[in-house]
Design a binder for this molecule. Structure first.
Ligand code: FES
Length: 222
C-alpha cells in the first residue's frame, strides 16, 4: 500500500479536483477585480463629462406677449378683461384677473398629473358655482366657475388653484412670471411665489401688475 495518499488513483483524482477548484476561485477573483476596475473607470469618465439633461429648463418664454394677453393697458387696467392662457406642454396656466397676472404650475398635488383648465369646475362636485366664482377676482360679467380638473383621479382646483374636491391634499403652486424686454413673458417654474400647505385656502395676493409690469412682491408661504 502506498504511503503517499496521492499515489492512489482516488488521491490523484482528489488532487486534480482541488487544483480545479483553486483555478476556479482565482478566475472568479480576477473577474471581480476586472469588473471593479471597469465600473470605477466608467464612473470616473462619466464624472468628467456630465450628461446633458433631456428635461426642459425650468425657465421659459411664452409665445404670447404682455400686449397679446392684456390687449393693452388703459387707466392702469388691462383692456382685455379677465384672460386665461394654458401652456399645457410646459404645465403652466397664465391668469389675468382684476388684480393682475399670475402663473399656476400645473402639477397636481396628489400624484403629479397635469390638471386641465375647465370652465365648469364644480360640475358634478356638489359645490355651488358661486363658490368657484368667488375665488377669482373678476368683474361681474366675467365671473365663471373656472379652474382645473385633474384627469387622473378627479381632483378639482378653483381658479386661484385652491383644491376643493378629490384626493389632492393641497393647492397647486404659483410660480414667478415677468415681462422680458421684448414684451414676452418669462416664467420661472423653479421660483415658487405662492406655496400653501394642506387645508390652506388663502387666496394668494401675488400679482404681476399690469400698470408697472413689476410684481407686487406679495409671496405666500415661501
Ligand atoms: S394625480 Fe391628480 S388627482 Fe391624482
Amino acid at each position: 500500500m502506498a504511503l503517499n495518499p496521492y499515489d492512489t488513483p482516488r488521491g490523484r483524482l482528489r488532487a486534480r479536483a482541488e487544483a480545479t477548484r483553486r483555478q476556479f476561485l482565482l478566475l472568479m477573483g480576477g473577474l471581480a477585480s476586472l469588473g471593479a476596475v471597469i465600473f470605477g473607470g466608467f464612473e470616473s469618465v462619466k464624472f468628467l463629462f456630465p450628461a446633458a439633461t433631456t428635461e426642459a429648463p425650468l425657465k421659459f418664454k411664452t409665445d404670447f406677449t404682455f400686449t397679446d394677453l392684456t390687449g393693452g393697458v388703459a387707466g392702469g387696467k388691462a383692456k382685455a378683461g379677465a384672460q386665461v392662457r394654458s401652456i399645457t406642454a410646459d404645465r403652466v396656466t397664465v391668469v389675468l384677473d382684476d388684480a393682475g397676472i399670475y402663473a399656476v404650475f400645473l402639477v397636481c398635488t396628489h400624484l403629479g398629473c397635469t390638471p386641465n383648465y375647465v370652465t365648469d369646475v364644480v360640475s358634478g362636485s356638489g359645490v355651488d358655482p358661486a363658490v368657484a366664482e368667488a375665488r377669482g377676482m373678476r368683474a361681474g360679467a366675467e365671473k365663471i366657475p373656472n379652474g382645473w380638473a385633474c384627469p387622473c383621479h378627479g381632483s378639482r382646483y378653483f381658479i386661484d388653484s385652491t383644491n376643493f374636491y378629490g384626493p389632492a391634499p393641497r393647492p397647486m403652486d404659483w410660480v414667478d412670471i415677468a415681462v422680458a424686454p421684448d414684451g414676452y413673458f418669462v416664467i420661472d417654474r423653479g421660483n415658487i411665489v405662492a406655496y400653501r400647505q394642506a387645508g390652506d385656502t388663502t387666496a394668494p395676493a401675488w400679482r404681476l401688475l399690469v400698470d408697472t409690469q413689476k410684481n407686487n412682491g406679495k409671496t405666500l408661504g415661501v
